[in-house]
Design a binder for this molecule. Structure first.
Ligand SMILES: *[C@@H]1O[C@H](CO)[C@@H](O)[C@H](O)[C@H]1NC(C)=O
Ligand SMILES: *[C@@H]1O[C@H](CO)[C@@H](O)[C@H](O)[C@H]1NC(C)=O
Ligand SMILES: *[C@@H]1O[C@H](CO)[C@@H](O)[C@H](O)[C@H]1NC(C)=O
Ligand SMILES: *[C@@H]1O[C@H](CO)[C@@H](O)[C@H](O)[C@H]1NC(C)=O
Length: 605
């Protein structure tokens, strides 16, 4: 293969922050071997980029994934820098999407970009696990120098070299520390430092990268009060006097579950999601020892019949000591003990044919593990996009009604109104007879029926999330209905939530809702039906699913149906709604488009 050429662009962003820090960003795109508009590679790339920022945010600031299969497979990786917060990182991905993916590196098979708060890289070749020692750029404090270069340099060296082994051996591949030193005027200064590697690297690769960057730091900026070196595999920064403002993003949602044969599904509060083997179903042994605290917790849960307590040891054995190969993903709650107790109580009370059932729980010290019914068939996401086994319409229609019925139960029929907040195909599990079961209640929150909305931390997955709520951070039943709408369209169209449209020269990626609405506007909605079905479907059912999908995903929240109204149309018990021919407000062109920057105080209902 001919060596690939790279176009390296370093753009200096004009603004200087109040602290006098020069902001720079760098990126490198391949300039040979470009893909073409509308190619499979592009589709895979957009699918990858569609999920990566959100999974990075959900996964503690780092994510790695692939899309498609060879020869069009795309490998991707993204990270948030540890001295930036979640909002800065999210905004950074938005800018990067516009500047890099849609613009400067538009047709490049390979690209890497380091911005102020985040880092993104993708390629048609796997690069996981190997440190890239290239330096993207330096950021330093402008016109701000220490008075005593030598003693600062010595302290910096000892601070930063101390961080290298610590970061390399930490699971997050991150370390920060501070050190005092005395300058020539005899005053004591504090210096803060951090070292961060991408989490795909082994300890030795991380060390290799950091050693080089730490050396760069001393030689490039000998006497500035602030300095960083940013690259494609690691990052180092120091600052004198002001701490670096470290934000370790929490792990908030489990990544999509791969299709796997094991048997029980667990969420471990604060940490992990595991699948277990059937062995853990054996009768629990007597609990030998309990602190009063644990006893109270146990009593609280056991008041309800159903889910039972597992011993930690049982789960340990069943998962082979939580071995990596049995691990399906990670998830957790940011909330305190009180919140998760109430969460478990809510989840354990839920009983519905179309909800993944909680089987048990295990409480051990600071960890809470939830054991769910196993869904051996995997998630809807894997099946609906399986190119080898096209899911029949009959099956899809049953799944649509099943999810609808689960949501109706959560919103209206259960004792308390419950929001799911993260409805998407990878959270819809299928049992052995392909009955749909809504899973992952990690984000479910109890809401007060009177209040109708609940202010939340950023949650849900970008492309399925009500755009109005995405930035205001308030969820409600109507935002669940929105996500349900996108899922309906995905099931009926057999397309992902982002569609690549192309004619000879032009290409664009648009949201599935816009795409289907265009067909609706032309009076040819059935053209949006999954072509792989070859017309083998009941036209009335298909039309009702497509039109209800649009109705649910209506940009105006108050024009969306309740889940009950939606179900009536889906079951063909009520007439189709009349929707405008043109989608009312089309602002979905970029998944990051921001409507109304002020946080909404009225909620999303
Ligand atoms: C390949 O695409 C990049 C942008 O992604 C562009 O800068 C470059 O000129 C293209 N190369 C060729 C040979 O067209
Ligand atoms: C800073 O300290 C390191 C380690 O002692 C040394 O190698 C380097 O030359 C020093 N740099 C300057 C500019 O003094
Ligand atoms: C790391 O950073 C955090 C947040 O800024 C701070 O609370 C903590 O003390 C730092 N750790 C060390 C060892 O300095
Ligand atoms: C240290 O800072 C001063 C500005 O105060 C600058 O003129 C000088 O060149 C710097 N020293 C070195 C060794 O770069």
């Amino acid at each position: 293969m001919a060596p690939r050429r790279f176009l390296v662009l370093v753009l200096a962003v004009v603004s200087l922050l109040a602290g006098g820090i020069a902001l720079v960003a760098g990126q490198a795109c391949s300039t040979t071997g470009n893909f073409t508009s509308g190619s499979q590679y592009q589709v895979n790339l957009l699918n990858l980029i569609g999920d990566l920022p959100q999974s990075t945010m959900d996964n503690g600031g780092f994510a790695e994934s692939t899309a498609g299969s060879a020869p069009d497979k795309v490998f991707g990786l993204a990270m948030c820098y540890a001295d930036r917060d979640a909002t800065q990182c999210r905004d950074c991905f938005r800018d990067m999407y516009r500047d890099v993916v849609q613009s400067k590196c538009r047709f490049s098979r390979e690209a890497k970009a380091c911005y102020d708060a985040c880092f993104l890289r993708y390629s048609d070749l796997s690069f996981s696990g190997v440190a890239d020692l290239g330096i993207s750029h330096y950021v330093w404090g402008v016109n701000s120098y220490v008075s005593d270069m030598e003693s600062m340099n010595a302290s910096r060296w000892s601070l930063m070299t101390g961080l290298v082994p610590e970061a390399a051996s930490s699971p997050l591949r991150f370390a920060n520390d501070s050190k005092e030193y005395t300058d020539s005027q005899g005053s004591t200064q504090v210096m803060y430092g951090l070292a961060q590697c991408t989490r795909d690297l082994s300890a030795s690769e991380c060390t290799r990268c950091l050693n080089k960057f730490v050396a760069e730091l001393s030689s490039s900026r000998p006497n500035n009060t602030y300095g960083t070196v940013k690259g494609y595999s690691c990052y180092v920064a120091y600052r004198v006097g002001i701490d670096l403002g470290i934000t370790i993003l929490p792990v908030t949602a489990p990544p999509p579950a791969p299709v796997h044969p094991p048997v029980v599904f667990i969420i471990c509060t604060g940490i992990l999601v595991w699948f277990l083997l059937r062995r853990c179903r054996k009768k629990p042994r007597q609990i030998e020892h309990d602190t009063t605290d644990e006893k109270a917790l146990q009593d609280e849960f056991e008041k309800q019949a159903g889910p039972r307590r597992f011993r930690y040891g049982e789960l340990e054995v069943a998962t082979n000591f939580f071995s990596e190969d049995k691990k399906l993903g990670e998830g957790g709650f940011e909330s305190g003990r009180k919140e998760y107790i109430s969460e478990v109580k809510i989840i354990s009370q839920l009983r519905h044919r179309n909800l993944v059932q909680l089987i048990g729980w295990c409480h051990d010290g600071s960890k809470l593990l939830l054991v769910y019914q196993l869904m051996p068939t995997g998630s809807l996401d894997a099946h609906i996009h399986d190119q080898n086994n096209i899911m029949s319409w009959q099956l899809r229609y049953e799944i649509v009604l099943g999810i609808g019925s689960a949501l109706l139960y959560l919103h209206q029929d259960s004792e308390q109104c419950i929001l799911h907040r993260d409805i998407k195909p990878s959270n819809i599990m299928l049992d052995a007879s392909f009955v749909a079961k809504l899973g992952d209640f990690g984000l479910a929150r109890l809401i007060d029926r009177d209040r109708q909305s609940y202010t939340t931390a950023q949650a849900g997955t970008m492309w399925y999330m009500d755009p109005e709520c995405m930035f205001s951070g308030t969820a409600s039943t109507s935002s669940d209905v929105y996500s349900f709408g996108v899922v309906l369209l995905e099931i009926a169209c057999g397309r992902r939530s982002i569609v690549v449209v192309s004619n000879t020269e032009e290409y664009a990626s648009i949201h599935l809702v816009d795409w289907v609405w265009e067909h609706y506007g032309r009076g040819r909605i059935l053209d949006a039906a999954d072509v792989r079905l070859n017309g083998d479907f009941d036209a009335k059912e298909m039309e009702s699913v497509l039109v209800t999908g649009l109705w649910c995903a209506h940009p105006e929240r108050n024009l969306r149906p309740s889940i009950r109204q939606a179900i009536n149309v889906l079951r063909l018990d009520a007439a189709l709604p009349k929707l405008p021919k043109k989608m009312p407000v089309s602002n979905y062109l970029s998944p990051f488009s921001k409507r109304g920057s002020e946080p909404s105080t009225q909620g999303c209902h």
